[in-house]
Write a protein that binds this ligand. Structure first.
Ligand code: GSH
Length: 340
């Protein structure tokens, strides 16, 4: 049966109104507060850890700064909120934070059942194991019967069970809610092994133990841990801003634009560059922010390669190679769709 024209018009109006109610609610809140509340770990060297001056440093922290630069034009306008693995999703759902940028793995269940959306990947990782050097173990295949320290509320805990079940080995999980207590227990010999994302293991080894040589990270990686920023799924504009902020950092690296040389690209004849610079208008306004958004991100925080090198790269204590986190043009997985 055909719907009367009046009913169709009314439902159309309802859809429009609903759309208006949701579009940009988080984005508007950030602008009204003139500050981005960003959930981080706050405990993880290279990703988010306060330095000796109390300034939050790390790749996850710089993603918060980049989003603040895109929305507010100022990368300093961030309030960092340290969150444990267990607290992080509730804090985002309840509105305590606007954005979660905290070594969080993108999985189907998290993306679909929490009222949240993963915006992309800022660091491709995988789960590994660390053991005391004195244990004399060089492969995970030697961990049959091991006691393994692990933090609750993580993919780590689930992968651990899957891995031992799949390999037919036995293990004893020693589960902790807090990060510090899990690491302390491991250092004090409560467990034979500690498991988390390989980046987390490297972080612990350089910043939480007194002598890194007393611990070895085993070579096997047992899972995929694509880590990235998360937003609530009720604000499409906020989702777009966060994902395109990261894409802008990738595109800038690909184009050779850095925080140091960006001003030399002003007035460029290359339309791709002109759109990143905001010289050609429309890209920012399409997301409800200023057209200089990408310029602000790159000039104030840097391109993806700069952020990687500064926080976790070869010259830092973590000493990571780019590996799969290299740009697609260098054989890696990092790919920014076109800004046009
Ligand atoms: N990527 C995994 C693990 C993330 C995670 O929370 N790892 C722990 C161990 S490295 C952590 O970051 N703890 C720091 C904290 O709780 O502040 C996930 O999303 O579940």
């Amino acid at each position: 049966m055909m719907q009367p024209i009046k009913t169709i018009a009314l439902s159309f109006a309802a859809v429009l109104l609903a759309g208006q109610a949701f579009a940009g609610a988080t984005l508007d809140g950030i602008k009204a507060n003139d500050s981005l509340r960003c959930g981080v770990s706050g405990s993880l060297a290279g990703f988010s850890l306060p330095d000796s001056q109390g300034v939050m440093q790390g790749l996850d922290a710089d993603v918060c700064r980049a989003v603040a630069a895109a929305i507010l034009g100022d990368s300093e306008k961030v309030e960092f909120v340290p969150l444990s693995a267990q607290q992080r999703f509730t804090a985002l759902q309840s509105g305590e934070v606007d954005l979660l940028s905290r070594n969080t793995t993108w999985t189907l269940t998290r993306d679909t059942s929490l009222g949240l959306d993963f915006t992309g990947v800022t660091f491709y990782d995988g789960q590994g194991f660390m053991v005391p050097t004195s244990l004399g173990v060089s492969s995970v295949s030697e961990l049959d019967g091991a006691a393994v320290c692990v933090q609750t509320g993580t993919t780590t805990e689930k992968n651990l069970t899957d891995f031992f079940r799949a390999t037919g080995m036995s293990f004893q999980p020693v589960v902790f809610e807090g990060f510090e207590e899990s690491v302390t227990a491991f250092i004090n010999g409560r467990c034979d092994a500690y498991t988390t994302d390989a980046s987390g293991l490297a972080s612990i080894r350089v910043s939480n133990v007194s002598n890194p040589d007393d611990y070895v990270i085993l070579p096997e990686i047992i899972s995929k841990e694509p880590l990235g920023p998360v937003v609530r799924n009720d604000d499409g504009e906020m989702f777009d801003v966060v994902r395109w902020t990261v894409f802008a950092m990738l595109n800038a690296e690909e184009a050779g634009i850095t925080s140091e040389n960006i001003d030399s690209f002003k007035g460029s004849e290359d339309p791709n560059i002109a759109r990143i610079m905001g010289d050609e208008p429309g890209m920012g306004t399409a997301m409800g922010i200023d057209d200089t958004w990408a310029y602000n991100v790159i000039s104030q925080v840097g391109n993806y390669g700069e952020v990687f090198e500064r926080n976790v790269g070869a010259s830092t204590p973590l000493g990571f190679q780019r590996g799969i986190n290299a740009l697609w043009t260098q054989g890696g997985l990092m790919y920014g769709p076109p800004i046009r």
